[in-house]
Design a protein around this ligand. Structure first.
Ligand SMILES: [Zn+2]
Length: 157
């Protein structure tokens, strides 16, 4: 009985199919923005409770650590970090508020997650790190226009 209780008390991983679905949905959203972003080299499944952690590895890719008990939608947030890195690295100068690197990174991640959740028909909203979403009025078209302007400024520099 002890073993059975231990198993049921242990937090499970999100299903791999769900993780991959969110990954693909996030790529489609980022493609719609039309700017460079980073993709997932691999997922690492961590045997402890937590959320997820992005690590940028190259100019085009990174790794996502997935902890037990996290929602598959956190993958959209982590890919948001990769998008932010690509935006920053291509620009090579500081980005303005609320797109600063790395200061507004959590808010960029939450914005990407919000827009992916919206497309999935979910009413999820972040409870913190909302400055980027508030700045664009929770509107994907406005967010897209804003980051595209930031990217264009690079080309003109
Ligand atoms: Zn984050």
């Amino acid at each position: 009985m002890g073993i059975g209780m231990k198993t049921s008390a242990m937090q499970s991983y999100p299903r791999i199919e769900d993780v991959q679905k969110v990954e693909q949905q996030t790529y489609r959203l980022l493609e719609d923005i039309g700017l460079p972003f980073k993709t997932v080299l691999r997922f690492e499944w961590m045997n402890e409770k937590g959320t997820a952690v992005w690590t940028g590895e190259t100019e085009e890719a990174g790794t996502i650590k997935i902890y037990r008990g996290c929602d598959p939608e956190v993958v959209a947030h982590e890919l948001g970090h990769g998008f932010h890195e690509a935006l920053y690295h291509n620009r090579k100068v500081e980005l303005p508020y609320p797109f600063q690197y790395p200061k507004d990174g959590e808010a960029i991640g939450e914005a990407i997650r919000f827009f992916v959740e919206q497309r999935r028909g979910s009413s999820w909203r972040p409870t913190r790190d909302k400055q980027t979403l508030e700045h664009c009025g929770y509107d994907f078209g406005k967010f897209r226009a804003m980051v595209r302007v930031l990217a264009q400024e690079i080309e003109q520099e």
